[in-house]
Design a binder for this molecule. Structure first.
Ligand SMILES: *Cc1c(COP(=O)(O)O)cnc(C)c1O
Length: 435
């Protein structure tokens, strides 16, 4: 067998993980060194991978440079948001909380877009006060609500109607958002009706259309189909005098977790650009996973090897509260020892990697060859940058993990590990009811 230093870490292109004498490094820093200093579980992100993904996506579009609005729900760490904004990107938010974070990260309001089927009045006011670039509106009643609030505030709200194009992106049901049965977006007939009645909404400036058909999409065909479907709405809107200038294609670009072969940014651009030119629209993209997914890993420590009924469990100190994707979506994440096992990678050791949480769903990975392992070794869970830390919880009284950013030879904590006090910070024992 080939020397152990060539473990499939190289498969996970493109990212900035490699092995130095068998030991896993993120950029120039030993992963084990960070884990030792900060403890486990810990999320580690590569600066270079993140920046490179923004650059690659932008470069693919050349002169038709889209406004890239990073999806905050994929990773909302303030340092990550700041870094993305520094690269010239804007932010895609789905709540008033994310608006606050976007502002704290220093994102210009002119680069913020706001989607969500359930925007509350206070969130709408907050966004209007901030002067965000546009609301992606998901229903007729929401449009009416934004219109009313904008009028009362004596302003106008820029709006893109989010169209539900009824296109199946062929991804996981929980991350499919563009078929008619989901709660997202407005059907085309209703959208055309709203655009015809644009004069009834003096508080609204209709600037374009929005579609977001799902996540982890590996092929450009569904995007092309979606554009074709919204083209009709665009033309009808323009025909009744609404100057629709922007098309927001949402996020959804897939990445490699295992053996996927997602479209490259170039292939994606080549597929959509002809239509964009034809429609004479300016493009907005809302990538989340594509930017940060492969830039992050979760590092955990092996606590016990447990044998049961011919099965072998690797019990680790990270659980579904730290990374819920396997439990929620049946998602696959590559798992590998941080330090090369002396016996080689594929000998004597197939494990289910499980966390400590009291749920049968708390399985991070199934049937993985991890070699002979002793408690105390560190395991890296790859592709954990997107929908990892943002979906953490305190379930089972567990503290949310620390987060670290690596840049070249340097690294820094970008989120402190929670403390026990954090667990009870917001709880109240009311003296009036309980003595
Ligand atoms: C979640 C979401 C995104 C980001 O999706 P990715 O698959 O992470 O690129 C973009 N736009 C909207 C409206 C979303 O809800």
């Amino acid at each position: 067998m080939a020397p152990t230093t060539e473990h499939p870490v190289t498969m996970y292109y493109p990212h900035d993980l490699h092995r130095r004498h068998g030991d896993l490094c993120c950029e120039q820093v030993l992963v084990a060194r960070i884990a030792k200093a900060v403890g486990t579980p810990v999320y580690i992100y590569s600066y270079k991978t993140l920046v490179e993904h923004v650059r690659r996506l932008r470069a693919a579009f050349g002169a038709h440079a889209p406004l890239i609005c990073f999806s905050v729900k994929a990773n909302g760490n303030l340092a990550i948001l700041r870094l993305v904004v520094q690269q010239g990107a804007g932010l895609d938010i789905v709540s008033g909380g994310e608006l606050y974070k976007a502002q704290q990260a220093g994102c210009p309001a002119s680069r913020i877009v706001f989607a969500s089927v359930g925007k509350r009045p206070d969130e709408i006011r907050h966004a209007l006060t901030a002067g965000i670039f546009c609301f992606n509106v998901e229903s007729a009643p929401e449009l009416a609500a934004i219109n009313d609030i904008a009028r009362r505030m004596r302003t106008t709200a820029r709006v893109a109607l989010r169209i539900n194009p009824d296109v199946d992106a062929h991804t996981h049901t929980y991350i499919t958002t563009g078929v008619a049965e989901t709660k997202f977006g407005i059907d085309r007939v209703t959208a055309i009706t709203l655009l015809r009645r644009h004069a009834d909404y003096p508080g609204i400036r209709f600037i374009g259309l929005h579609v977001h058909i799902g996540s982890q999409i590996s092929d450009s065909a569904p995007f092309v189909k979606a554009i074709r479907r919204v083209a009709e709405v665009l033309e009808q809107g323009r025909a009744v005098g609404v100057p629709l200038e922007w098309l927001n294609l949402g996020g959804g670009l897939g990445i490699i977790y295992k053996d996927e072969r997602p479209q490259t940014p170039q292939a994606f651009a080549a597929a959509v650009l002809p239509l964009i030119r034809q429609l004479q629209v300016r493009l907005i993209l809302e990538p989340g996973r594509f930017i940060i997914g492969n830039a992050g890993l979760l590092v955990t420590e092996l606590l016990y090897i447990k044998q049961a009924r011919g099965k072998r469990f690797a019990v680790v100190d990270a659980g579904m509260n730290d990374l819920i994707r396997p439990a929620l979506y049946g998602a696959y994440h590559e798992v590998m020892p941080v330090t090369a096992p002396v016996t080689g990678w594929h000998r004597a050791g197939v494990y289910d990697v499980v966390g400590p949480v009291c749920e049968s769903a708390d399985v991070l990975a199934r049937r993985r060859s991890l070699g002979v392992m002793e408690p105390g070794v560190l395991l890296a869970i790859l592709g954990a940058g997107a929908y990892g830390s943002t979906m953490t919880s305190n379930y089972n009284g567990r503290l949310r993990p620390a987060e670290v950013l690596v840049r070249g030879r340097r690294w820094a904590v970008i989120r402190q590990r929670e403390t026990l006090k954090d667990l009870i910070r917001h709880d109240v024992i009311p003296r009036s009811l309980i003595r």
